[in-house]
Design a protein. Structure first.
Length: 387
């Protein structure tokens, strides 16, 4: 039974709230950065309001209840057993990965990623004076597969691999067989594997997520920030069964000052995992409906653009290769001509240049507006280029 407090229809004006999505640029309709335009779960809002009613906001410790919330959530939903002793608190997945790069590799080392992939992976590697090594995913018949021969060869050159599961931007959940094969290859080459699983809860309603099994060469990065739209609280954990790795990471995170907890973070996380599961289930249904709206619209109104099939995330990967326009040019034109901001595929790797990424985590009215703008922009570009 649906909770009548859960609201996925209302359009919330976010302008003037220092929103990265809505205030940083001047676009009419931003559908780029990965946060949602839905109201947060009522239980989370009430918990934050209760904490805010206390008039002192001083330094905050990480309570045991936060770790217990993670442990119970992953046990219940994914049959994955974790303990507090395997976990470290962090202000975010990317700060955690940055710390791990610094303590597990050396300046100048190559780090393996599978492209097209979350663009911040490139930045965090290069900003730490390491180099990106790409295991490019193979795009065949509208879907992506892993080039395992290339992966095997390139793992021999690195100490560290960063995996995205579910994969951003293609929305794919790697199968248990694929994960096992990746893990075995990493062990073969003595490579530590960081698994970014921040989108794990955001699967289609009929699809189950496959978490990595516990392994002594795997470090898991987890957070409810995407699932419950609470990224602004800056909270995550790092989890591994390898105590030696955990101690190295703990030391580095402390040096980097990335292990502190803001005054509202624990409250938000505990309320998300303990009290907001019904909201998440309704959210997953709404996101799936939005995917179908996009799929049907493209098929009927804009067949030159193809939707790459996906089972997870609210980020859709649009195949625009038939337009024969560089993604930066296409994205820029849509912004100037229609006020629609979609992410250029080239940002996710050179093999993403025929694509755009669209964030569909918004009320249906906004989504339909975005689709109309996409069509109008492509028609206008067609008129200019004279296809």
């Amino acid at each position: 039974m649906k909770n009548t407090e859960n609201d996925f229809k209302s359009i919330i004006d976010r302008q003037g709230t220092n929103s990265l999505k809505w205030d940083y640029f001047d676009d009419d309709l931003p559908m780029w950065v990965a946060d949602m335009d839905f109201k947060v779960a009522p239980a989370i809002q009430k918990a934050i309001q209760k904490r805010a009613s206390h008039p002192i906001y001083g330094y905050t410790i990480v309570p045991d209840e936060l770790f217990e919330a993670y442990i119970n959530w992953w046990d219940k939903r994914y049959d994955l057993k974790m303990s507090k002793e395997e976990m470290l608190y962090s202000i975010g997945v990317m700060p955690s990965i940055s710390s791990m790069i610094r303590c597990l590799t050396d300046v100048g080392d190559e780090i393996l990623i599978q492209t097209p992939v979350y663009h911040v992976f490139f930045y965090v590697i290069e900003d730490n004076n390491r180099r990106v090594l790409e295991n490019q995913l193979i795009y065949e018949n509208g879907e992506y597969i892993i080039d395992f021969d290339d992966l095997d060869e390139k793992l021999s050159k690195v100490k560290l691999m960063i995996l995205c599961n579910p994969h951003n931007p293609i929305g794919k959940i790697w199968s248990s067989e694929e994960l096992d094969k990746i893990e075995k290859l990493c062990k073969k080459h003595d490579v530590v594997l960081i698994s970014d699983e921040i989108h794990c809860d955001l699967t289609d309603p009929h699809v189950k997520y496959n978490p990595f099994k516990s392994s002594d060469n795997v470090i898991r990065c987890l957070s409810p920030s995407k699932s419950f739209n609470i990224a602004g609280f800056q909270s995550s954990i790092v989890q591994t069964t390898n105590s030696e790795l955990l101690e190295k990471i703990k030391t580095q995170m402390h040096i980097d000052n990335s292990d502190s907890c803001n005054v509202f973070a624990a409250t938000a996380v505990i309320s998300a995992y303990d009290d907001s599961e019904d909201w998440l289930e309704e959210l997953r249904e709404e996101l799936y409906k939005n995917k179908q709206i996009v799929k049907d619209y493209l098929a009927e109104e804009l067949p030159i653009v193809k939707l790459v099939g996906c089972d997870a995330t609210y980020l859709l990967w649009l195949d625009c290769s038939a337009l024969n326009v560089p993604s930066k040019v296409l994205s820029g034109f849509l912004r100037t001509n229609q006020g629609l901001f979609l992410s250029a595929g080239i940002d996710f790797g050179v093999n993403g240049d025929n694509f755009l990424r669209m964030n569909i985590a918004c009320p249906q009215e906004l989504l339909e507006d975005g689709l109309r703008r996409l069509k109008a922009g492509i028609i206008a570009l067609n008129t200019i280029k004279g296809w």
